[in-house]
Structure formats: structure tokens, C-alpha cells
Design a protein around this ligand. Structure first.
Ligand code: ADP
Ligand code: MG
Length: 464
């Protein structure tokens, strides 16, 4: 058989596959495959795939389908070798086995569900402090609260799947999703609930690739009954599309098997830049709810509840004063109460209106203070004693690069500039480089205490 005939056969295979998988799967997993050769004597079909992840998928989820089709179109016992493209431009060939007892046992092409481990070995990683009992319902969170309750009371329902909660920082997203998880565990102790921050998911994924335990990683996530994934925007800002691929895979598997997925995000799905369209579409399949800025009424009730729960003694006039303000987030309100307590201890002074006024004034001032990119770069340069020209240049010197990265990180955090704009102003970098820089800073902050301290000192200077 000559090469052209073999290639035509490959086209035929694709046609058959197309009829047997969803359009989305076809586009995602099969269209990117390149036919390389077919060795008739060895009955070996060589296909090139863009990454290790494709190999995992094709040799996992679609293994039976692939073999059925290849055997039908090429010849019986054809085996497939995948040539995997590595990021460093090299390739590696991985063979699949032509016949496999497990394959024949399967009733259909679906990946057999991994054996379900007992719940005992799974730490749900929930924050025990965040419960429905201390989550106050109000106008700003009514809808999210009701949906959350409905899921918690009946985690097997499928109406609210996935449940996508969004809202700015400090409005109660993490609290609410933990409350859902805690309630499910109370009502259904055997239910496998897992809370994971998106960032943690990314770190685990990267680690699994490094240690060749990717299959375990995926298999583990596939055993979860309710997956809570917090701050999903972190996945969007990841420069590693492979992480999104992995999440996509986990998401599909759970959704297909009627398992609940709950996500939080600091913005609505429609403005989630950097997230693949196929994921965004899926996020909108279920229910999306916004946690809005807390109303004054809600803040007052949260304040009273906190005072009662923590047994605090705060004079009425101070409570009224605090409750008379609007706060951007519940976290701000809690911050003020905590500062009041700290002040009264440090200065050995009863909490009074004067003290409350001072603290509120400072917090409110901080909130309204606008910072510019120039101020941020300026503060970074002063702190690390490098010149602004260097930071704005394309210099690759290590000490300059790090200052530039921190400047990008802080600009994203404290201004409304888009990552493309940040890149344009700082060193003429593109949007992807900015995202990469920001995630490098975040990663380092997570592991390097001294560095985290330096960044927070610069941050303090910026805020004034
Ligand atoms: P987010 O995840 O949206 O940034 P968090 O869930 O961490 O916000 O909430 C910030 C703080 O505010 C937490 O201490 C949380 O307990 C508290 N909080 C937020 N909303 C409420 C609420 N409705 N009732 C009680 N506490 C709340
Ligand atoms: Mg949170």
C-alpha cells in the first residue's frame, strides 16, 4: 500500500470517528492528529499528536474506538504508535497495545469508571468555620444562597450543574461553597466532596506531569462526587493550556456521570479572558449566580452575628456607626472589626467611637485611593534600586526581570489595566508574557517567604 492510499485510509478513519463522537470531542481530540505513516508489514499506524495529553486521552478514553476503526479500515490487529510532540521540539513515540482483555470487556467506548475508593481516605479540605449556620442571607446573595442550599440538601440533583458563583473579592464566595460542602458531608457522610483552589489544582497537575503520575491525577478527580473549585479565574490566567485541558477532561467526566461541580470566580464567565471557549460554554450549562456587594442591611446583620458568636463587647454607638457605612466587601467589614479589637488590646483602651472613626476613615481612604502604573513601577524601582528605564526596557538581566515581573503583578492587582495594556507599557511585552510573569510572581510568593514579605512592603508603599 503506498503512502497516499494509507493517508486516504486515515481520512476514512476520521470520517467514521466523526460519526461516533461528539462534534466537540472530534474537534478537540481528533482533528489535531496528523497521519505520519502506515507500515503494512508491521501493521503499525504512526500518528503524530500535539502533546502527551492527547496520548493519554486517545489511549485512555478513546482507545477502543480508535482500535475498532483502525482495524476496520486498515487491517485487523493494526496497532497504533503515537508520536508525541514535546514542548522542547523533540518527539517521543509511545505504542499502544493492539488487543487488550480490558477492551473487550467494556460494553461501550466510554472509559470504564475507576474503582471507587472509600470516602475514608479522602480529606474534603473544607474550612470547618465556613458553614450555613454562620452565613447570613441577604438581598445581595439571596439567589446564590438558595441554589447553594438546594445543592447541599440534594447533591444528586442535576438542575444546578455546574454551579458557577461569581463576585468580587470578599463577598463570601469561599464561605458559601465551603458551607455547601460541609452541609453535604453532614447529610451524606459517604459522599466524596472535595474543595480545591484552582491554583492548587494547577500545581497538582504540573506535579503529576513531572512525576509521570498524570493518570493517577485524572483518576483521582474522576472519583469525586462533588467537586468545589475555588477562584477558577486562576486557570484562565495560566499560560499552560494543558491545565485547562486537564480540567476540561475532569469536568466532562464528572458532568457526564451526574457529579456536581461548583466553581467560584472573581468575574462572570463572559468576561473570563484566557479561558478556552469550550470551557466557558460548559460553565454556562448550569446555573450562574452573582454574589453582589453586600448591602448595608446585610453588613449590619453580619456584624451583629459576629459580635454575638465571638462574644465581643462593642458599645452600641460603635455598632451603629459601623453599620451605617457601605462596605465593598464583607472582608472589609471584618477587617475593621478585627482592627478595632487589635487596637483596644495593643493600646489597652476600651473600644469607642473615636477609635472606630479613625479606623474606618483609614480603610475607606485606602479603598478609594487610585494608583497608577507609573506609581507602581516607581515604588518597585525605589525598593529594589534599579532604574525605571531598565524596567521599561527589554533587558533580560535577572535583577531587572524580577522587578518588572513584580511591577506587572502589582499593576494587575491594583489597577484596572488589562494585561495587554500592562505589557504594552512595561517592556513592550505581550499579554501572554504578562500572564506568565504574574503567575511566576504568585508561585514564588507561595514558596518564598522573604520574597513575599518584600512584595508586600512595596505594596504597602504604593497604598501609602
Ligand atoms: P470571597 O471568597 O468572595 O473573596 P470569603 O468567602 O472569603 O470571600 O468571605 C470573606 C469573609 O467574609 C469571610 O470571613 C466570610 O466568612 C465573611 N462573609 C462573607 N459573606 C458572608 C455572609 N453572608 N455571612 C457571614 N459572613 C460572610
Ligand atoms: Mg475566596
Amino acid at each position: 500500500m503506498d503512502e497516499t492510499a494509507s493517508a486516504i485510509k486515515w481520512a476514512r478513519c476520521l470520517e467514521i470517528i466523526k460519526c461516533n463522537v461528539t462534534e466537540q470531542d472530534f474537534r478537540t481530540w481528533f482533528q489535531p492528529i496528523d497521519f505520519v505513516t502506515y507500515d503494512q508489514e508491521r501493521k503499525e499506524l504512526l500518528l503524530r499528536v500535539p502533546s502527551e495529553f492527547f496520548f493519554e486521552m486517545l489511549d485512555g478514553q478513546f482507545k477502543k474506538l480508535m482500535h475498532n476503526v483502525m482495524w476496520r479500515v486498515y487491517s485487523k490487529d493494526t496497532f497504533i504508535t503515537y508520536r508525541i510532540q514535546k514542548t522542547d521540539d523533540t518527539t517521543i513515540d509511545r505504542e499502544t497495545t493492539p488487543t487488550n482483555a480490558k477492551l473487550r470487556k467494556g460494553k461501550d467506548d466510554k472509559l470504564q469508571a475507576p474503582r471507587k475508593p472509600s470516602t475514608d481516605d479522602l480529606d474534603p479540605q473544607l474550612n470547618q468555620e465556613y458553614r450555613f449556620e454562620n452565613f447570613i442571607e441577604g438581598e445581595s446573595n439571596k439567589f446564590a444562597y438558595s441554589v447553594g442550599k438546594a445543592i447541599a440538601d440534594n447533591p444528586k440533583q442535576t438542575t444546578f450543574n455546574p454551579f458557577f458563583i461569581h463576585g468580587s473579592s470578599g463577598v463570601g464566595k469561599t464561605h458559601l461553597v465551603n458551607a455547601i460542602g460541609m452541609r453535604i458531608k453532614e447529610l451524606h457522610p459517604k459522599h466524596r466532596v472535595l474543595y480545591v483552589a484552582a491554583h492548587q489544582f494547577m500545581v497538582q497537575f504540573t506535579e503529576s506531569r513531572r512525576t509521570n503520575t498524570f493518570n493517577n491525577f485524572i483518576a483521582f478527580y474522576q472519583t469525586i462526587d462533588t467537586l468545589i473549585i475555588d477562584d477558577i479565574q486562576e486557570l484562565a490566567s495560566s499560560t499552560m493550556t494543558a491545565t485547562q485541558d486537564a480540567f476540561f477532561h475532569v469536568f466532562n467526566h464528572l458532568k457526564m456521570n451526574g457529579k456536581q461541580i461548583i466553581m467560584t470566580c472573581d468575574r462572570p464567565p463572559s468576561t473570563l479572558k484566557g479561558m478556552e471557549e469550550r470551557l466557558l460554554t460548559r460553565f454556562k450549562w448550569g446555573v450562574t449566580a452573582e454574589l453582589e456587594k453586600p448591602t448595608q442591611e446585610l453588613c449590619r446583620r453580619i456584624l451583629l452575628s459576629k459580635i454575638r458568636r465571638d462574644g465581643l463587647t462593642i458599645p452600641d454607638d460603635v455598632v451603629n456607626y459601623l453599620a451605617g457605612h457601605s462596605y465593598e466587601s464583607v472582608r472589609d467589614l471584618e477587617g475593621i472589626v478585627n482592627s478595632l479589637l487589635a487596637y483596644s488590646v495593643v493600646y489597652n483602651h476600651e473600644i469607642d467611637l473615636d477609635m472606630a472613626e479613625q479606623i474606618v476613615r483609614r480603610t475607606v481612604k485606602r479603598q478609594s485611593k487610585q494608583v497608577s502604573l507609573e506609581q507602581i513601577v516607581n515604588a518597585c524601582c525605589e525598593y529594589w534600586k534599579v532604574s525605571q528605564d531598565d524596567v521599561f526596557s527589554k533587558s533580560r538581566k535577572a535583577n531587572i526581570v524580577i522587578v518588572r515581573q513584580v511591577a506587572m503583578f502589582l499593576t494587575q492587582k491594583h489597577t484596572k489595566l488589562s494585561t495587554s495594556k500592562i505589557g504594552l507599557h512595561i517592556g513592550g511585552r505581550n499579554h501572554a508574557t504578562v500572564l506568565h510573569s504574574i503567575s511566576q510572581v504568585k508561585d514564588r510568593i507561595a514558596v518564598d517567604k522573604a520574597f513575599a514579605q518584600q512584595v508586600s512592603e512595596v505594596e504597602g508603599k504604593i497604598r501609602g
